[in-house]
Write a protein that binds this ligand. Structure first.
Ligand code: SF4
Ligand code: SF4
Length: 207
């Protein structure tokens, strides 16, 4: 399963880089627009499988852990979860200004990829995913209505918290052994990391 997921991500990353090289960034942004509609039905599958930023963050996190650079702390200025909206507005303003005033296309996604890598070398991936990504903020607002999503079977859950440790967006939480694991649709990428480690086989994608 994890090799299939990795292959899908790499293929989308290759497509993204191909479109950037050909100057067809608008096609990728159109794909992102379609993914927002899909998020209402299937959840944030764009974030889990298509997003080039998420794909490059996986090796960045691995390197960070190996070198012990990663920290559990989150920057205090991100506490109110408003930065994503600011990042979205600033990205759009830069793109529009460059196009109208300078007749240039700014490779905004490439810039955000660089920021995502740098931040993931220092902080847990959830810091970028949940607080900074200007694309994730839109996915979050629509993903919360997802008809299909990963869900936990609380009867079978043993509260071991293994799922929490592998979730890149901190969207699964085991509050107490009575409440058991619960997934937030707004934050979940449908990436299946939690499914793969769950010893009770109690996490499934369903409607
Ligand atoms: S809850 Fe599971 S499927 Fe959702 S993002 Fe976390 S690890 Fe991935
Ligand atoms: S890994 Fe499975 S059994 Fe363990 S807390 Fe998560 S959902 Fe429950």
């Amino acid at each position: 399963m994890k090799y299939i997921i990795a292959t899908v991500r790499i293929l989308f990353l290759a497509l993204f880089l191909f479109l950037v090289a050909k100057g067809k960034m608008m096609l990728w942004l159109a794909l992102f627009g379609v993914s927002l509609i899909a998020a209402v039905i299937f959840g944030r599958v764009y974030c889990g499988y298509v997003c080039p930023m998420n794909t490059v963050m996986v090796p960045a996190e691995w390197i960070s852990k190996k070198l012990h650079w990663n920290t559990d702390r989150s920057p205090k200025w991100l506490a109110k979860e408003k930065f994503g909206w600011f990042a979205l507005a600033a990205s759009m303003a830069v793109m529009l200004y460059a196009k109208r005033a300078l007749n240039k296309n700014v490779p905004i996604l490439l810039i955000w990829m660089g920021i995502a890598i740098l931040l993931t070398l220092r902080y847990k991936p959830a810091v970028f995913h949940n607080h900074i990504c200007p694309f994730g903020i839109l996915q979050k607002e629509l993903g919360r209505f997802a008809k299909f999503s990963n869900k936990t079977d609380k009867e079978k859950c043993i509260g071991c918290k293994l799922c929490e440790k592998v979730c890149p967006s901190e969207s699964i939480e085991v509050k107490t052994t009575e409440i058991k694991a619960e997934i937030s649709k707004a934050y979940c990428f449908q990436c299946a990391n939690c499914q793969q480690v769950c010893p009770a086989d109690c996490i499934h994608y369903s409607g």
